[in-house]
Design a protein around this ligand. Sequence first.
Ligand code: ADP
Length: 179
Amino acid sequence: MGTQYKVSNSVLELVLGDIILQETDAIVNAANSQLAPGGGVSGAIHRGAGPQLWDECKALGVCSTSEAKITKGYNLFADYVIHTVGPVYAGRVSDPENLKNSYQNSLDLASKKNLKSISFPSISTGVFGYPVKEASYIALKAIIDWIKQHPGIELVRMVLHSEEDYSMYKSALDNMMSD
Ligand code: ADP
């Protein structure tokens, strides 16, 4: 399942799937502050990449909320993993800003490395508890705003892990595109 939208000269794509199978230049990890394997997206990415990823992450130290760091992808299809720590949802006024910055700091890193394509999971909506509907609008607006200011990227893909999340992101994007 997938839908493509044109934003400036780039493609924004929504797909139902698994982040570790994406063949984009980079995939994004919804990481914890230690960049440690853990569960969810992070566990899957570390399993897919192999133990060298954790070795490289250990050397990077702690990652604070919204910050992004880049490593190689090792055994993954993607050449790079961009690790970002989304906010733990607590209904604070800073939560949306932090979530937006996780997306935009990841995109900034990709663009610094001259990468042309990147895949994101739905950051913060698993263990970190961000309500998916709210998070979908923040994520998509962050990506669209960033693309409009940075012509270099060719493809930004959101990889949703359930049909429910996919439909939520799709209706958010349909609403935003019809405005
Ligand atoms: P966070 O700690 O930022 O909330 P999680 O990894 O717990 O991150 O979950 C973020 C989202 O990613 C959730 O919606 C979860 O269902 C989804 N997810 C889990 N595994 C995968 C995967 N392999 N590929 C894509 N999305 C995944």
